[in-house]
Design a protein around this ligand. Structure first.
Ligand SMILES: *Cc1c(COP(=O)(O)O)cnc(C)c1O
Length: 353
């Protein structure tokens, strides 16, 4: 094995998926498995497919293209760029939308290709990322229903992102309410109500999800075994599907405070140091070009990460019970940001177990 690397336990990932799919099934909710954090790598998507997801969802067309080998409907999560309308229709079956011009462009593209593209209309219920305001819904729906080539398949919302707003019975009920109004006014039945991401799972545990919500788009919770509104681990899931590995290239006893006048570090910040006397310091061969260091946590919890430059990570191993040597490998868990960065870096190798 070479380093730095991420090891991925596909069996644990499949089990996490199955556990969460079953939890959702009890509430009549289908799962869109979100593949963007791991850039849509087919081996990893396959574990989620085996675990029972119903849709494959990603923000990027590039990633959805890698999933063409799976016989499940594809959802484009990020609002399509106007310039992307043709690709959106070619590589996804369903896309999330909030702009009439884009929906009209999808309609044109789909008609040219003799296809029907499904639309999930995004409603902003408070987080202030994508979506129309609820008051604008009926007017827009009226226009969408007149378009050929597109089918208004669902309503959706996204929370926990820009504004950090936590999903609740109240804010998700806005979707139910709009679905009912659309039925009343246009005699049109909305098929899917997609009630958010991994931040919505806490509502299932407390039985507070509106019963009309029938889909969730889940990435982080499946990958890390954690709901993301309160950061709680989910029952019967693994939190160690992904492990980051880095190799020690220097190990020395050195002072904890640098010598000389302190100027900016490699990233323009002026570092501050606490004097802990002489410490045992390890340098691991990885850095900010590989992974978001602040999202790593050493599995040996007596190790402390002191910092990192582009390609060196400095560890305090003084208190560890392990007698580390040059050539040893240190293992870390990864948070969402660390996963995202490690999968995006071409320097980080990926191994499957
Ligand atoms: C990324 C994304 C998700 C998945 O979020 P997780 O927190 O990983 O579950 C769901 N919906 C949209 C629109 C997204 O962009």
């Amino acid at each position: 094995m070479r380093y730095p690397s991420v090891t991925i336990n596909l069996e644990k990932l499949e089990k996490n998926t199955a556990t969460i799919v079953n939890l959702c099934k009890k509430h009549n909710i289908s799962v869109s498995g979100v593949t963007k954090v791991f850039c849509g790598i087919p081996e990893i998507t396959n574990a989620m497919v085996k675990g029972g997801i119903s849709f494959i969802a990603d923000s990027r067309i590039e990633n959805l293209k890698k999933s063409m080998c799976f016989n499940l409907p594809k959802i484009l999560l990020r609002l399509p760029m106007l310039s992307q309308a043709d690709d959106a229709v070619t590589y996804s079956d369903i896309s999330l939308n909030s702009e009439y011009v884009t929906i009209a462009a999808l309609s044109d593209a789909a008609r040219r290709m003799n296809q029907t593209h499904k639309i999930i209309l995004m409603i902003d219920v408070g987080d202030l990322r994508e979506g129309i305001l609820p008051k604008d819904c009926l007017n827009l729906v009226e226009k969408i229903l007149k378009l050929k080539g597109v089918e208004l398949f669902g309503l959706g919302t996204n929370l926990n992102c820009f504004g950090g707003v936590i999903p609740s019975f109240e804010n998700l009920s806005i979707l139910t309410d709009l679905k009912n109004k659309i039925k009343e006014k246009f005699n049109f039945e909305i098929t899917m109500l997609s009630g958010g991401n991994s931040g919505s799972l806490h509502l299932l545990e407390s039985n507070k999800i509106p019963k009309e919500i029938n889909n969730l788009r889940l990435g982080e919770s499946i990958l890390r075994g954690m709901e993301s509104s309160y950061g709680r681990y989910l029952d019967d899931t693994f939190d160690d599907v992904f492990i980051f590995n880095a190799e020690i290239i220097e190990l020395k006893e050195k002072p904890s405070v640098p010598a000389g006048e302190i100027g900016p570090d490699a990233f323009g910040n002026k570092p501050v140091f606490t004097d802990r006397g002489t410490i045992k310091r390890a340098i691991a061969a990885c850095g900010r070009q590989d992974v978001n260091i602040s999202g790593l946590r050493p599995l040996d919890n007596l190790i402390e990460i002191l910092g990192a430059s582009s390609d060196h990570m400095i560890l305090d191993v003084t208190k560890s019970k392990t007698d580390y040597k040059v050539g040893d490998v240190v293992k870390f868990s990864l948070d969402y940001g660390a996963l995202l960065s490690a999968f995006t870096s071409e320097y980080v190798l990926k191994y499957y177990t």
